[in-house]
Design a protein around this ligand. Structure first.
Ligand code: SAH
Length: 243
């Protein structure tokens, strides 16, 4: 059974969008995952197909109606986790992505305007997810982000080239920097150790870079890495002992 994403949106034409390309696009074409975009407007009850209304208490913008969103959601709910994209949600993490990628798929609600009537979250089991501390104009691009992060972890999508374990955030650390030919560019040489052919030295250097970069760039991650929440890859742990 393939991983199945169902998107509830006012703009179904935005999908698959960028996910129709490259690795995700190939995986979509070969059935590794499936995508279905449902128009929330199809569940409006009146002849004007109204999906939003003015905010109670006043103020600018419009609010997505709980009754219409619930009707759309109920039409596709089948036990898969239901996510709503909202800047008020819990920030997305690689750990959550990994768990979602091993579930049967996801149902993703995309907001527009001022967002959803809060009562939808009281009446349906919905996980509010944010992709970061900034505000987008709609949930569609956030949903694409969530799906992209999940799909690349599905078996076969990345190929043998990457197991994913060394990637930034997989171990709770940022990944080490990368270099490729030419060996010298604009007066900058590739670090000598990377051309030494000494795999153990390369591994130690990468681990040290990874730790130093995490400490300086992301002290917030550094403080929590190895909390038990995220485990470093076993290879990396061995290298740490060697040092
Ligand atoms: N008034 C809301 C913002 C609405 S933005 C507030 O201040 O909290 C419109 C829609 O864009 C949201 O309903 C949500 O679906 C999407 N969106 C905006 N920023 C987002 C973010 N950081 N993460 C996930 N979704 C986001």
């Amino acid at each position: 059974m393939s991983w199945r994403a169902t998107i509830l949106t006012l703009y179904p034409d935005m999908f698959p969008g960028p996910l129709g390309h490259s690795l995700a696009g190939r995986a979509l074409a070969d059935g590794t995952w499936a995508l279905n975009a449902v128009n929330i407007r199809d569940f409006a009850a009146d002849r004007h197909r109204t999906v939003d209304d003015t905010p109670a208490g006043g103020g600018p913008g419009m609010v997505l109606k709980a009754d219409v969103v619930a009707a759309a959601l109920d039409s596709v709910a089948d036990g898969r986790p239901v996510l709503a994209m909202t800047p008020r949600g819990r920030p997305l993490t690689q750990g959550r992505v990994r768990a979602l990628a091993t579930s049967p798929g996801a149902i993703i609600l995309c907001g527009r305007f001022e967002g959803f009537d809060e009562r939808i979250f009281q009446r349906r089991a919905i996980e509010e997810v944010s992709i970061g501390d900034y505000v987008l104009s709609g949930g569609e691009m956030a949903a694409l982000v969530v799906m992209d992060a999940c799909v690349r972890l599905l078996p076969g999508v990345m190929g043998a080239a990457s197991s994913g374990v060394e990637e930034s955030h997989e171990s709770g650390l940022l990944e080490h920097p990368h270099y490729t030919r030419p060996p010298e560019w604009e007066g900058l040489a590739i670090p000598e150790v990377l051309r030494s052919g000494d795999h153990a030295r390369v591994a130690r250097w990468r681990r040290a870079q990874s730790e130093a970069d995490t400490r300086s760039r992301r002290p917030d991650l550094w403080d929590h890495h190895g909390d038990g929440r995220v485990q470093p890859p076993s290879g990396a742990r061995q290298q740490k002992k060697e040092e």
